[in-house]
Design a protein around this ligand. Sequence first.
Ligand code: ITT
Ligand code: NA
Length: 183
Amino acid sequence: MTIRFVTGNDGKVREAREYFEGIDTIEQIDYDYTEIQSDSLEEIARHGARETFEAREGDDPVIVDDTGLFVDALGGFPGPYSAYVEDTVGIERFWRLAREEENRRARFRTVLAYADADGTETFTGSVAGTLVAPRGDGGFGYDPLFEYNGQTLSEMSTEEKNAISHRGRAFGEFAEWYASNED
Ligand code: ITT
Ligand code: NA
């Protein structure tokens, strides 16, 4: 099938194309859905997918990905506000805040929402790691700061990142559900 991925983030699309290579085609859709103010990634993603599906002509299913970085010592900040924090202060200044903490454990969480004529389904994935001084050139967003098993996500190939990441795990949940719902 063709999966219509509603996102302005090319990094997410790159990861989806790598994950579904040879299985499904990923088409990027630029639809500016309302990002509702909520501290729930589920609500944001579900609402975005539903709104986009209904605004489009035809019955093509769409997916939306809402992701956040949750830092233990900062009470889960920036969480659902991760895009805002990256856009306003950037990851270097965010790191200066996080490095003051003794406990640098953090987790990424992704919620994928899939919408079609039958309704909306959500799938989640998360990964726990440690915040470190930025390293690596790959990936995007907060990847240079997030270390998993001795490597930052920026030091991994897309395939390696997908194998352990929040988004890769959410894709896995989605793919399993989708396969069991076909015909
Ligand atoms: P769309 O909403 O258009 O999909 P976005 O980049 O705004 O793109 P999010 O709101 O989900 O997407 O992203 C929240 C923030 O987390 C944003 O700053 C991203 O760069 C960052 N982010 C998302 N996924 C990430 C990942 O896998 N690794 C590192 N940072 C990530
Ligand atoms: Na966003």
